[in-house]
Design a protein around this ligand. Sequence first.
Ligand SMILES: [Ca+2]
Length: 220
Amino acid sequence: MVAGLLSVGADNIIVGDDYYSGLGSYTLSGGSLQVGKLTLRGERFEILDAPAEVRILDRIVLHSTFEAVPGSTIRFDGADLIWYHGNMSDVTMVFENCDQVSRVRTPFADNGPAPEAFEGSALQALELGGPGGAGRIQIAAGAEEPGILYTENLILNAGAWIEPGSIIYYLNGGEPKQFFHGDATLDGRVSVGDLCVLAGNWGLAEGAVWAEGVRHAGFV
Ligand SMILES: [Ca+2]
């Protein structure tokens, strides 16, 4: 399977299904990168071109320093994320085509929904569900421990699912808040407004999005 171009210094290399990086700096400056397993242990991994799409098919392990221009996107095609290190504040992560739940391991402590907790920790956006289908994730720190994820924007499309126990803090243009199942309006509260959304869309199935009160809202 081919991929696209991952620049290493002045050279371009094609990345196959299973790729393990050595030491060094890796730069994606154009094209697209599609890879099964990608482990980044090098000094630095850079995305210098926002349309230069990165698509992960199985798993990405992030150990290296990470830099990305604003607007960069990493797409997880039913893939897992093992995130040990790296500032992803300019990155949108899209989870889609998830036949199973994608596991997301993060390195963060639970510092609550405090504005300062987002600095250096938060993604630009976490988007669940996309053109490739449903996005299902579990945020975990370890096998049994709940994990913490901070994101400036939380976008839940059709087929979005977040495993119970996952802790997600988000802004969506307002004050920091925690994600709760049942919060159809994503305002950080489960209230009568969410019930109205659910009632108004009772019986919807195909194509329903989070704000239409899908069964994932937790009432049914
Ligand atoms: Ca609400």
